[in-house]
Write a new protein. Structure first.
Lengths: 153, 429
């Protein structure tokens, strides 16, 4: 049960976020054109949710091996070399995204200390948090996929 | 500028790219490498840059158009459009190939992604063409090329990204894409006729009666209406691209649940997750590619490369030739989004100095990207079409050459005839 929830965290969040993003934007369009009543303060909320969709979606894409790459040479080399390349990719991506997670977390703590808020009143770090959370999930999913691949699944 | 900087930037990116790193990660890693080695900025800039790239109202059009496309694909609109085109033009020589091209043009007005169009239409038309006696490889190649029209005719994710990077009006870009997209379609008509028109193995379709045509038209009407609503709203100045995308989503939900009734509530989570994953792939590229573009601009590499190109390009014609050569070569190896972010900082000053209209150039660049989707080794539409037709990349790479030639000819016309792109935008509100 816990396993199932853990495996689908990103997917669940993506569904909810996208559903609310579309609904809110459509309602805004209707109020703007039909009732001539712009709800412009909402214009910030939806792009903020979009930040989360980007980083959670990127992590979910790791599970599905959906990120684009140039496999021209990779497909030509023998399997033993591919093992090394796979490890290099994991290390390189791991280092990059752990780095963004650390510096992203610094930004979040800075936003918390300064009590910055968005125009809708919720704290700015709600948005900033997407970077460290998404980056960590990206690395975790990459390691999981690598382990699964090594086991031959 | 330190001459080692561009070498490290492009060198490390090239190595990582050929090592099969995800392109998004390769762009990020090489940017960070240069930022640290040449001390361009504190590293806190990196998460901020990633964040600000995606915190955008305009780019919201990307997930919404992806979602609209996914919903409409589930409502069997493609089947209905294909049935209509078959009873109308199927009887002519190379009829089914003509159907494939016409439907590609119409479907491009609903969806904004080349691989998605190739998948939705190819799943039905490739087996259909093979059954009617068409060469399997050529049929797959034609569908892959038709899919490329998806990013030229609006809605188009590529045009949204171009508009954001080049700071050009997305509404104008959308309207400007219509006629060039149709021209690319016409070039595929010509190829289809040459390839299949006299092929004795192909069985012609039977002619549809007026009653059949009427029934098929009624059936496909909701699908035909979708592009009119999306484009009509933008053309009349009623919607922005983001708003039009939301309206398209709601339109798809209404048609799917209440009119065609082939969408079920249980389909929604899957559609939303697929949309989220595709958005993650596209937007992570946008984030790290914009970091790369920031490095190009801040370090002065973009300006130096631009003045180098201007030095080579003495006039519009030479400039266009040079730019198109760079874009076509880049399109063989990279995806459209990375190319927009990496090359636009360099190309925009050149384009402005040569006096080329930014909207016209957006269409030129996007047609290049559409060709990039069908040029090996990295042609995303080819991968999709190969999978459906169960042939190898090698087979389709050869079969697609006539289509690449035809689209390149169309590209030349689009370059030399700015009014083809700009004519319709003159009447916009």
């Amino acid at each position: 049960m816990i396993r199932k929830v853990w495996d689908n965290v990103e997917e669940g969040a993506l569904c909810l976020l996208l559903f609310f993003m579309v609904t809110i934007t459509f309602v805004t369009v209707v109020t703007r054109y039909v009732f001539d009543l712009p709800l412009s303060y909402i214009d910030q909320l939806v792009p903020n949710m979009f930040v989360w969709v980007t980083f959670l979606g990127a992590a979910a894409a790791v599970k599905r091996r959906a990120h684009l790459g140039l496999s021209l040479l990779y497909d030509l080399v023998p399997a033993a070399v591919r093992v090394v390349v796979d490890a290099l990719i994991l290390l390189g991506c791991g280092a990059f995204f752990l780095g963004t997670a650390v510096y992203g977390a610094k930004i979040v703590s800075m936003q918390m200390e300064n009590r910055l808020t968005t125009s809708l009143g919720y704290p700015s770090w709600f948005v900033g948090l997407a970077v460290p959370v998404g980056s960590v999930l990206f690395v975790v999913r990459a390691v999981e996929a690598w382990v699964r691949h090594r086991r031959g699944a | 500028m330190d001459p080692h900087l561009p070498i490290l930037l492009f060198g490390s990116f090239g190595v990582l790219l050929f090592l099969n790193f995800p392109i998004a990660a390769a762009l990020g890693i090489s940017s960070v490498l240069v930022i640290t080695v040449f001390d361009l900025a504190p590293l806190e800039l990196i998460p901020q840059q990633l964040l600000s790239a995606t915190d955008s109202w305009t780019l919201l059009a990307v997930p919404f158009f992806i979602l609209a496309g996914n919903i409409l694909a589930k409502t069997a609109i493609s089947e209905r459009l294909i049935r209509l085109a078959r009873v109308v033009v199927g009887q002519f020589p190379a009829g089914l190939a003509m159907v494939a091209v016409i439907v590609s043009i119409f479907f491009a007005g609903i969806s904004g992604s080349g691989p998605a169009d190739t998948a939705a239409l190819g799943a039905i038309l490739i087996p259909g063409m093979v059954a009617a006696g068409y060469d399997r490889r050529s049929a797959a190649a034609l569908m892959a090329a038709g899919g490329g029209i998806g990013i030229i005719i609006p809605p188009s994710i590529a045009l949204v990204i171009y508009g954001v990077v080049a700071n050009a009006s997305i509404s104008k870009l959308f309207i400007a894409g219509i006629l060039p997209g149709i021209l690319v379609g016409l070039s595929l008509f010509a190829v289809s006729y040459l390839l299949f028109g006299k092929d004795p193995d192909i069985r012609p379709e039977k002619r549809g009666s007026l009653r059949e045509i009427g029934a098929a038209f009624k059936d496909a009407a909701w699908g035909l209406l979708a592009p009119l609503i999306i484009l009509g709203g933008i053309y009349g100045g009623v919607f922005t691209a983001t708003e039009a995308a939301t309206v398209a989503v709601v339109y798809g939900v209404i048609v799917g649940f209440f009119i065609h009734r082939d969408l079920k509530l249980s389909d929604l989570p899957g559609i939303l997750v697929d949309t989220g994953v595709t958005t993650g792939v596209v937007m992570l590229l946008v984030c790290t590619a914009s970091l790369f573009a920031w490095v190009l601009n801040t370090s002065g590499v973009a300006a130096a490369a631009a003045s180098g190109m201007l030095h080579l390009a003495s006039g519009k014609m030479v400039g266009f030739l040079l730019i198109n050569a760079v874009l076509l070569a880049a399109g063989c190896f990279m995806d459209a989004i990375s190319i927009f972010y990496i090359l636009l900082p360099i190309l925009l000053p050149v384009v402005k100095a040569l006096g080329i209209d930014l909207v016209h150039f957006g269409i030129v660049m996007t047609v290049n990207m559409a060709i990039g989707q069908i040029t090996p080794p990295v042609g995303v539409n080819l991968f999709v079409a190969c999978g459906i037709a169960r042939i190898s990349m090698k087979e389709i790479s050869r079969a697609v050459l006539p289509m690449v030639a035809a689209q390149t000819a169309a590209l030349a016309v689009i370059c030399l005839w700015p009014d083809l792109s700009l004519f319709l935008t003159r009447f916009m509100r």
